[in-house]
Ligand binder design. Sequence first.
Ligand SMILES: NC(=O)c1ccc[n+]([C@@H]2O[C@H](COP(=O)([O-])OP(=O)(O)OC[C@H]3O[C@@H](n4cnc5c(N)ncnc54)[C@H](OP(=O)(O)O)[C@@H]3O)[C@@H](O)[C@H]2O)c1
Length: 504
Amino acid sequence: MANQDKFASLIGSERPEPSNIVIFGANGDLTKRKLLPALAHMHRWNLLGPHSRIIGVVRQKWSHAHWVNYVHDELLNYFPEAVLNPPSWQRIAEKLDVVSGDLSDMETYRKLAAQLHANEGKKNALFYLAIPPAWYETVARNLHEAGLADQNEGFRRIVVEKPFGMDLASARDLNTRIQTYFDESQIYRIDHYLGKEAVQNLMVFRFANSVLEPLWNHKHIDHVQITVSESLGIGYRAGYYETSGALRDMIQSHLMQVMAMVAMEPPVSLDADDVRDEKMKVLRSIRPFASEDIDSLTLRAQYGAGEMDGEQLKSYREEDSVAEDSCTETFAAVKFYIDNWRWSGVPFVLRTGKRLPSRVSEICIRFKQPPQHLFRMDDSSALNNDLVFRLQPNEGMQLSMTAKRPGLGTELRRVNLDASYGLVGSGMPEAYETLLHDVMLGEAGLFSRADEVEECWKIVEPVLKAWAAKTEIATYPGGSFDVPGMDALLDDCEGGWRDVSNVE
Ligand SMILES: NC(=O)c1ccc[n+]([C@@H]2O[C@H](COP(=O)([O-])OP(=O)(O)OC[C@H]3O[C@@H](n4cnc5c(N)ncnc54)[C@H](OP(=O)(O)O)[C@@H]3O)[C@@H](O)[C@H]2O)c1
């Protein structure tokens, strides 16, 4: 099957209207590593259409030729197939335009308005804010003042990256400010985890099959584990990470969104607000953290020096631009309870960390053991059934069962039923392609609504405050899962943590 057809069959036949894709921060890291490759993929799959344009906004005085060369070179680094076929690259190059100017200067927006106007008859525009969060409000206001938020001639949508606020107050404030200039229906808050194939499949597996629904509740599920384990350290991101930490960076946003999708009731329809209403109900049912429970329900730690694949690893405090006495957590785990009928008493335990032994993201639904153990087993955890949705690596689903070992006795063993999502490499849409495609279609279901973002901050706020008051932090050796207290967090959960240290 040709690539184009393969993708068309993946996404359905819907193709977005042509659009001006305006990227603020066009020479930044996100643009080169994620947005340009995603747009090149979309072009390859014929999803941009001949009249769409990719307009970069940079503060340097760049000529059109400079921008075209820049995109060429970055694609060569991050998606070489896009430029190695000259006719195909030529068609991408024809879509490129650049506007030079500072984000604070109204002249930048007047030039942009002229560019949009020049694209006669093609007035749709999405504005992607790939810029530091401190600039979100300025850009939204200036777009509005230049008349670019006005939807008289075509759609106008603004895409906002994470982090969306640093706490409840700042998130509320940012929402209010952006909503002054753009209607909520025009605002797309990116959570790229929701664009991942496995997360979307979660909805399909839950609501397009009847077999799971009767089991999807406190009667059959012992607990849920959601893990995002990263093997890398913080790299060059100390400036951001020192003010953020793992709870803000990962749990408050990505992992809580994924938890809401695991736990939500079937929506009335797949319309964005119907799905988001159901996620909101889950978030509102989460048991608030009482200050006396925070130590038993949450865990934080920081990576110390360690070793991985024979390489000596620096501790977090030794990383560039990290304070010598930093108490920022590079590992966070939180045990949530969702106090509703379906999930009463079922812990949802979310953990994430850097400098762990593997790069794995997965959701594990652990079912209860059978009421009676007819068969003798040395390791009773083998009797738990785990349903795992793997986000990376090798996106797919796995159900672990207990089976008889072939032979005369009744020895038991674990067997895994594996369902990989089948398409790898360039055949599988990446999260940013899916999300950009959805913005162009006006489908907001995979984007966070203002109230969801605020609710997530509200839930974690007591934990953030309690952690901020601490002057010490436990460490774990880089490259290991030896996080003090990690096992105790699952004391009342059957089977303990899933071992994800060797997942391939
Ligand atoms: N990188 C990622 O993987 C990633 C992942 C998730 C979320 N994000 C979010 O995405 C956004 C961008 O991140 P990034 O990593 O790409 O940051 P970055 O590499 O620092 O890029 C920031 C961009 O904003 C531009 N900019 C800043 N001030 C400007 C001004 N006054 N006028 C014009 N342009 C200005 C910068 O231009 P100059 O080069 O001229 O300064 C640069 O192009 C951030 O909100 C970040 O939190 C990034």
